[in-house]
Design a protein around this ligand. Structure first.
Ligand SMILES: *Cc1c(COP(=O)(O)O)cnc(C)c1O
Length: 347
């Protein structure tokens, strides 16, 4: 099967497994795992933060971060289709008593004016106070779009004036970096907390991290344990993450090239289904509006041809490229998908 459902489906390579096998380990709840400790320091330094906290998932990294920034009853602002509000099952409300308000942005693309327009900091005893804004980069459901560093900077300048914190959901910040050339240090500079994932395009089997200052890190470490995610010999997982950082960042450009190739092949037969210019990283969103097929049907036809995809809306099909997808796989998809779409075009 050619699995384009997500970049989370990657399996650890033989060499990554070898790195995991030879990892130095200790009990991380006692702070004794040297590989986990070194990884936390490494990633914190990479983004210009004081401290990192390894977590099993990106959702937990996001949730530990935002609970450091937002008091119960206060609110975080985020884009309508962001992971924090769409794919974490209300965790901010359930675990931290956080209220959420959203702005909507075409393809998830940040304009600093949008959150600023709805922000209501220091609202007193009668209305909800805004204390944080979350930005997703790249934007997953927006189609892997890369946020403009100028807009991020502008938002930071303005939100500092209002004492509003900023959180970066950087599950795919690696892809943003490779596509934009903006450094990790520069991305880190404008945020109070950051979450990153090793388990998406970087190809590690498990693992994410929350970055913050020392004080928030200490508190988040307690909350991680309280949530039941204090882990023991996680050096084996940290070793996979280290391997991914050493070997799998630059090669994301290959995934981006593959996504571009898929988009262009579809665009060639149906230019309204996808605009290759809007495919900035490794996610291809096909809009099947006006076609004689819906996303579930097309996904089923692809599956019959050995290709897995994700219907993410009635007429929206998502394809994600990653390190287990080869040039040959892309060629195979390009020999099947455009033809299926052509057949679904109205006569
Ligand atoms: C995948 C993802 C996460 C974290 O997901 P987990 O499955 O909890 O690791 C967070 N944010 C975005 C944008 C993601 O795509």
């Amino acid at each position: 099967m050619i699995d384009l459902r997500s970049d989370t489906v990657t399996k650890p390579s033989e060499t990554m497994r070898a790195a995991m096998m030879s990892a130095q380990v200790g009990d991380d709840v006692y702070g004794d795992d040297p590989t986990a400790n070194a990884l936390e320091e490494r990633v914190a330094a990479l983004f210009g933060f004081d401290a990192g906290l390894f977590t099993p998932t990106g959702s937990l990294a996001n949730q530990l971060a935002i609970r450091q920034l937002v008091k119960p009853g206060d609110e975080i602002l985020t884009e309508t289709f962001s992971h924090i509000v769409r794919a974490e099952l209300g965790a901010g409300a359930v675990f931290s008593g956080i209220t959420t308000r959203t702005w909507e942005a075409p393809r998830g693309i940040l304009k600093a004016a949008d959150p600023l327009h709805i922000a209501r900091p220091h609202s007193g005893p009668y209305q909800v106070s805004t204390t944080a804004i979350a930005i997703e980069n790249t934007h997953n459901f927006g189609g892997g779009t890369v946020q403009s560093i100028d807009e991020i900077r502008r938002l930071r300048d303005e939100s500092l004036k209002f004492e509003i914190f900023m959180h970066l959901d950087g599950a795919r910040i690696w892809n943003a970096h490779v596509a934009s050339g903006v450094s990790f240090l520069e991305y880190g500079k404008y945020f109070d907390t950051v979450s990153i994932c090793f388990s998406k395009g970087l190809g590690a089997p498990v693992g994410s991290m929350m970055l913050s200052n020392k004080e928030r890190n200490i508190s988040a470490r307690q909350w991680r344990k309280r949530y039941g995610a204090g882990m023991r010999q996680i050096g084996m997982l940290a070793a996979a993450a280290n391997y991914a950082l050493d070997n799998n960042i630059d090669r994301l450009s290959v995934d981006h090239k593959h996504a571009q190739s898929l988009a262009q092949a579809v665009h060639a037969v149906a230019d309204h289904v996808v605009n290759p210019v809007e495919v900035e990283t490794n996610i291809v969103i096909l809009n099947l509006s006006g076609l004689l097929t819906d996303a579930a049907d097309l996904s089923a036809s692809l599956k019959a041809a050995g290709i897995l995809s994700s219907p993410v809306g009635p007429k929206i099909l998502r394809l994600v490229t990653h390190l287990d997808i080869s040039d040959d796989d892309v060629a195979k998809v390009n020999s099947v998908l455009p033809e299926l779409i052509e057949r679904a075009l109205e006569a």
